[in-house]
Design a protein around this ligand. Structure first.
Ligand code: HXC
Length: 261
């Protein structure tokens, strides 16, 4: 089933979608879904060459694309990237706060700086992005999509840093839904399950475990990035205009088992 067979291919025409961490993985898959539905796309990440490659693919889908190196831990860099985006594509209608960093580490071996680094990227980075986008989102009565993770709800061994960070992201999302609702800004989190061919899967799943993991998913398959992107597009669409403050999973039912990453 193609996205364009369900949603109008012009759903996000003349809209600007800004995606942190949009150069690869789930976030790039989300960017592709918005591009397929007519959006113009701004992506940021740490590596310009990776962003340029991603931008080429998004342009082939018909999007105008702005690809700028900016680390979400650097508020000034993010603010600059968003100002440039506004000039080149128009004000942001949808912010996808997706930039994340992760590794597995037993907590007794995790350094304070290791813990802080993941919290800085995932949680402070999500705050920075939302904060920097606020004026543009207020202007457009736009929408925030945070990328959550299963660890936020069901703790996962060796993921103290990421679980705490993503639980914080979901709490931040709910606070913003409350505070910014009166401006017409909605905020929701998308919680991806096991998504095939992603950096997250590579970092978290033991090598060779893909088939076993897929068999544990109620839907008996891993997700793909378009499963996450389709949900993000729905939540950002006018169909969801009364939906705010929610964590919604695209996980094939994995969270029912308490470990849907
Ligand atoms: C233990 C580690 C470690 C490891 C880094 N550290 N890797 N500790 N085990 N495998 C520690 C370092 O020793 C250091 O602490 C501190 O973390 C900072 O490391 P740096 O390499 O200096 O940080 P930085 O260059 O900013 O890199 C950030 C990173 C890195 C998260 C550590 O892996 C990264 O850039 N990742 C980006 C891509 C990524 O992770 N993608 C996967 C996203 S998947 P000390 O004490 O030595 O100074 C994902 C999906 C699931 O997020 C989500 C679940 C939440």
């Amino acid at each position: 089933m193609h996205l364009e067979d369900v949603f109008a291919p012009t759903l996000f025409a003349r809209q600007t979608v800004f995606i942190t961490g949009g150069g690869s993985g789930i976030n790039l898959g989300v960017a592709e879904c918005f591009a397929r539905l007519g959006a113009n796309i701004a992506i940021c990440g740490r590596t310009q060459s990776k962003l340029d490659d991603a931008a080429g693919g998004l342009q082939k889908l018909g999007a105008n694309v702005v690809a700028q190196a900016a680390d979400v831990r650097d508020m000034d860099a993010l603010a600059d990237a968003m100002a440039t985006t506004e000039k080149q594509l128009g004000p942001i209608n949808v912010l996808v706060a997706g930039a994340a960093g992760n590794f597995t580490a037993p907590t007794e071996k995790l350094s304070s700086n290791g813990f802080r680094t993941v919290v800085d990227i995932d949680l402070v980075g999500a705050f920075n992005a939302a904060r920097a986008a606020f004026e543009q989102l207020r202007q457009t009565r736009g929408s925030l999509i945070f990328i959550s993770a299963g660890q936020a709800q069901a703790p996962f061994e060796f993921q103290a840093h990421a679980g705490a960070a993503k639980a914080g992201v979901d709490n931040l999302m709910k606070t913003l839904a409350l505070e910014w609702g009166p401006y017409g800004i909605r905020a929701n989190s998308v919680l991806p399950g096991w998504i095939a061919d992603t950096e997250g899967l590579k970092r978290l799943a033991p090598p060779g475990s893909e088939h076993r993991i897929a068999d544990e998913v109620p839907m008996r398959r891993m997700g793909d990035t378009a499963d996450v992107g389709a949900l993000a597009c729905f939540l950002a669409s006018p169909l969801a205009s009364y939906i705010t403050g929610n964590v919604v999973a695209a996980d094939g039912g994995m969270m029912l088992r308490g470990s849907g990453i």
